[in-house]
Structure formats: C-alpha cells, structure tokens
Design a protein around this ligand. Structure first.
Ligand code: PBG
Length: 338
C-alpha cells in the first residue's frame, strides 16, 4: 500500500519533465496585440496607464506590426484616437483617419500580418459613449448606421476582420449586411459578443481619451449597454445571437475576472473564441510589480496561461510582444516558466 500511493511529484521533478507534461501551452500565434493609433508621422506618445505601450502614428504602427509579425504574433487589433471628436463620432469612418491609414501602412510594411480593427464610437465621440445620444440615453438603432460606416471604412482599407465592441443590439447583422452590400464578403466579423461593464477598462480610457463624460442627462457609465457582472447564462445568449447575425469568431472581455464565462462560451459555440486580458488586468500587475509585491514576468505567464486553460483559443493581451520575445529566446522563457 505505502509503495503504491500516487506521487504527483514524480512528473514535477525537473524543468524538462514539467515542460513535457504541461497540458496547456502558449504560442505567439494565439496572441493578439492591441495597438493605439493617432494621426501624423513619427508620433509616439507614451501611455502612462499602460507601461510599454504608446499611441503611434500609422508609420510607427506599421513598424511595430512588422516587429510583431517577425515574432510570430497572431494579429494586431487597432484602436484609433482621432484629432477631432464630435457628438456623432463621424471621424470613425473617415477614410483618412488613423485606423484606415494604419491598416494601409501595415499592409505595405508587414503584408502577412493579420489585422483586426476595433469598431466603436467611444473613441470618436466627444461624450465618450459607444453610440449616439438621444434623450439622455444611447440610441441603439440610430447608432447602427455609424458603426456600419466605420466597419466599411476599415474593410475597404484592407482589415482582415472588424471587431465591434460597442454592445449595441443588432450591430453584427447591420455590419454584415453593409459589408456584403459593398461586396466585402471576405471581411470577417470578430464580435465582442460578451462584454461586461467593468472597472478594468480604466487604463484604456486614459489611453483613448474615451471616458464617458457627464453631460446633461447622459449616463456616466456604460451599464445600460455592457453586460452585468452577475450573468453567465446571458453570455451564452449573447454569443448565440451574434453567431445568428453572422459573427465569425467571438470575444469575451474582460478575461481574468470572467474565466468561468470564457469556459462556458467555449463549450456553447464551435467558432474560435478570444478572451481579452484588458488594460486594467495588465496595469494592475505592472503596478504591483513596481512596488515589488509581485514578479511581473511570472504573473504574466500565469494569467495568460489561466485564460488559455479556461478555454480561450486566442488571447488579446498587452503582453503579446513580451511573451513572444520571451518565447523567441527559449532559455529565457524556460527560466521564466521553470
Ligand atoms: C471600446 C473598447 C473599450 C475597450 C475595448 N474596446 C473601452 C470601453 O468599453 O470602455 C477596453 C479595452 C481595455 O480595457 O483594454 N468600446
């Protein structure tokens, strides 16, 4: 009896054994790197709330995309920060705006890189909401036209996929119809089907200057359209609705506080599922590491591995470049993951 009991430690003894027996792995091709794009040339503005990230003009975004491509990172996800904002967010569909310009520049500089473009009005509207306001609320159906125009502009510029993150009802169907109507049938829709109202978007809103501002009668947060944190059945419902409207792949967001949701959505659908380790998840680890309370490199591996283990096929993460660099230097990566 005493010689027959289970000894789990046998397979944990050495780095080689641990590597051999590991059930879940991370590959650069499974990672999507968010990039913030501004207008101009040669512009690089550090983002205080997102260490190691900057707002880049299209030429420098193309440089970054080329570096990510050579590291094997799966895709970039573009967010635009326009010079001019208005109530309807009209610069979202300007063909010369930061995102279409960056898409063209990346296509030229890094032809093989997969390009996703985030579709939302919050970075382009002067009030910071994800759609147009009417009578103190975000008007769902009036917003669909603007979202569709933005998606068209990014698809025309050459995006492989558009990623609507606004959480308006019916936007996937509206965008699919607009794309198909313009013969852009090959552009995929990767929809943020499951997006919760979250405190973890704080650093992103600093980066994109998109914090909803208090205006007469307008809501001060996004709870009227983003999901309530208590719900997981609703996540499956949202996922099915977006698939029925024509989504090709789905995003769950945030990732870390919603791993049960990632797992539930993975089991409910048969399309690729991406989970977004959002700005606050990234910034919190950096802040703790800066204080000497946590090892950043180890926390990076542990959190992204957890998201993969929960069932995400792809992980959108601000760590994408750092992870890919680590994996490109195997000794370093092994050291980090001993
Ligand atoms: C746009 C959008 C947001 C994020 C992705 N797309 C901000 C928001 O909804 O407030 C957040 C991403 C992050 O925090 O890293 N709607």
């Amino acid at each position: 009896m005493s010689e027959r009991f289970y000894r789990g430690r046998r397979l944990r003894r050495t780095p080689g054994l641990r590597r051999l027996m590991r059930e879940t792995r991370i590959e650069p091709a499974q990672l999507v790197a968010p990039l913030f794009v501004v207008e101009g040339r040669g512009a690089k503005q550090a983002i205080a709330s997102l260490p190691d990230h900057a707002r880049l003009s299209p030429d420098l975004a193309a440089e970054e995309a080329a570096a990510l491509e050579s590291l094997g990172v799966g895709a970039v996800l573009l967010f635009g920060i326009p010079a001019r904002k208005d109530a309807a967010g009209t610069s979202a569909w300007d063909d010369e705006g930061p995102v279409p310009s960056a898409i063209r520049a990346i296509r030229k500089r890094a032809p093989g890189m997969v390009i996703w473009a985030d579709v939302c009005l919050c970075e382009y509207s002067d009030h910071g909401h994800c759609g147009v306001l009417r009578d103190g609320d975000v008007d769902n159906d009036a917003t669909l036209a603007g979202l569709s125009r933005a998606a068209l502009a990014y698809a025309r510029a050459g995006a492989d996929a558009v990623a609507p993150s606004d959480m308006m009802d019916g936007r996937v169907g509206a965008i699919r119809a607009a794309l198909d109507g313009a013969s852009l049938t090959s552009t995929a829709i990767v929809s943020y089907a499951v997006k919760y109202a979250s405190a973890f978007y704080g650093p992103f809103r600093e980066a994109a200057h998109s914090r909803p501002i208090l205006q007469a009668g307008a809501p001060s947060d996004r709870r009227g359209y983003q999901m309530d944190g208590g719900n997981v059945r609703e996540a499956r419902r949202e996922a099915r609705a977006d698939l029925a409207e024509g989504a090709d792949a789905l995003i769950v967001k945030p990732a870390g506080p919603y791993l049960d949701v990632v797992s539930a959505v993975r089991r409910a659908v048969d399309v690729p599922v991406a989970a977004y380790q959002v700005s606050g998840e990234y910034a919190a680890l950096h802040a703790a590491a800066e204080r000497g309370w946590m090892d950043l490199e180890a926390a990076m591996w542990e959190t992204v591995l957890g998201i993969r283990r929960a069932g995400a096929d792809l992980v959108i993460t601000y760590f994408a470049r750092r992870i890919a660099e680590s994996l490109a230097a195997p000794a370093l990566a092994e050291e980090a993951r001993r």
